[in-house]
Design a protein around this ligand. Structure first.
Ligand SMILES: Cc1cc2nc3c(=O)[nH]c(=O)nc-3n(C[C@H](O)[C@H](O)[C@H](O)COP(=O)(O)OP(=O)(O)OC[C@H]3O[C@@H](n4cnc5c(N)ncnc54)[C@H](O)[C@@H]3O)c2cc1C
Length: 327
């Protein structure tokens, strides 16, 4: 690990000023950042610890806009009673992530900015366009069982790993950012960048910017929502595939549908093709599976990960059927 200066900010203004220095990086809970620094995947000369800043941990899940401070801990948000009742998919995506100890330390802002778990990125030696632009991608012809098949490019096939982000993609979500120059709000659909030719840049966050809050527009479909996570182990494992479905229904008929995917794409992935299949239909198992197939119609499988298409189809179908039974 490269030597660095540790700065513990005691106000947002102080943090913004520190973060604007050349070579500075932000740390919140540190559960990803410290790993990245240990592996020389991040080498800031100045580490600005914002984890204990006042005023950025509040959450409000009762109004027309749900508001989550960027420093709210995953564990606290997962247990919020209103979220559990009105937006179970959001709550479940947090409860099924990482471990209780990690969720106690990790923040929502850090969660949406976590980096891929691709082993070729993390090992520090393989060819990786994300780590060393222009060096190639060892995953393309390597062990690519865990890689993505939606939104990937010839430069990078790594997946976005987060559960909360995968679920947020099904909702009308925005991210609030601050810098010494001012503030801005970015729709979540534009927050993570498509890989294209430049997989090294994963989000719109600029040096010196701090995520201050995540907001979600309230919607009735939240109550009929669920997050289905399929993983290799029953706990403490990233999603091989995940599906979020939120429905509004009139009897057995779906009047509106939101569908998003995790573990299969370069970024939190909304699946409008699946939503179109569900909307206006009587929800049966066959329709749910048809929606799942539509979600993966554009998939580009690699040598070892084509199984994710069928697994993902079934995960979407299961999520849709489970969501429809919620009252
Ligand atoms: C063993 C292990 C298992 C895990 N399993 C899962 C899992 O199953 N599902 C899942 O979703 N996640 C999982 N995680 C990831 C975990 O959820 C993230 O590490 C955590 O959410 C990151 O939050 P943090 O506050 O610790 O971020 P940090 O580590 O402090 O920061 C992460 C990144 O975000 C940046 N950052 C943080 N906060 C801000 C901010 N407010 N503004 C601007 N930039 C910011 C940092 O600069 C850094 O680049 C796992 C992690 C570990 C170590």
């Amino acid at each position: 690990m490269q030597p660095f200066t540790y700065v513990r900010a005691d106000s947002l203004d102080a943090a913004l000023s520190e973060a604007s220095q050349p070579g500075a990086a932000i740390m919140a809970g540190g559960t990803t950042m410290v790993d990245l620094m240990r592996g020389n995947l991040a080498a800031p000369s100045r580490l600005v610890d914002i984890g204990h800043l006042p005023g950025l941990s509040e959450i409000d899940t009762t109004g027309p806009v749900l508001r989550f401070g960027a420093l709210a801990r995953m564990a606290d948000v997962a247990e919020d009673a209103t979220l559990l009742r009105d937006y179970p998919a959001l709550s479940e995506s947090l409860r099924l992530a990482a471990s209780q100890q990690l969720r106690n330390a990790a923040t929502l802002g850090g969660n949406i900015l976590q980096r891929t778990r691709c082993q070729y990125f993390r090992d520090g030696i393989s060819n990786c366009n994300k780590r060393v632009p222009g060096s190639g991608c060892s995953a393309l012809d390597g062990e690519n069982r865990e890689m993505g098949l939606l939104g990937t490019s010839d430069q990078c096939v790594a997946t976005y790993p987060g559960d909360w982000g995968a679920a947020l993609a099904a909702f009308d979500t925005s991210v609030e950012l601050r810098s010494v120059g001012g503030s801005r709000t970015v729709p979540f659909a534009q927050f993570h960048l498509p890989y294209g030719d430049d997989p090294a840049h994963e989000s719109v966050v600029q040096p010196g910017e701090i995520v201050t809050a995540i907001t979600v527009q309230a919607m009735p479909a939240g109550r009929k929502s669920t997050y289905v996570k399929v993983r290799d182990r029953q706990s403490y494992a990233y999603a091989v595939v995940s599906a979020t479905v939120a429905l509004e229904m009139d009897g057995d008929t779906v009047t509106s549908a939101r569908v998003s995917l995790g573990g299969v794409a370069s970024k939190p992935w909304r699946a409008p093709e699946a939503e179109a299949v569900l909307t206006g239909r009587t929800l049966t198992e066959a329709v749910a599976l048809e929606a799942g197939a539509a979600a993966f119609a554009a998939a580009r499988p690699l040598h070892h990960n084509a199984f994710k298409i069928e697994l993902g189809r079934r995960a979407v179908a299961r999520a849709a059927l489970l969501a429809s039974k919620r009252t």
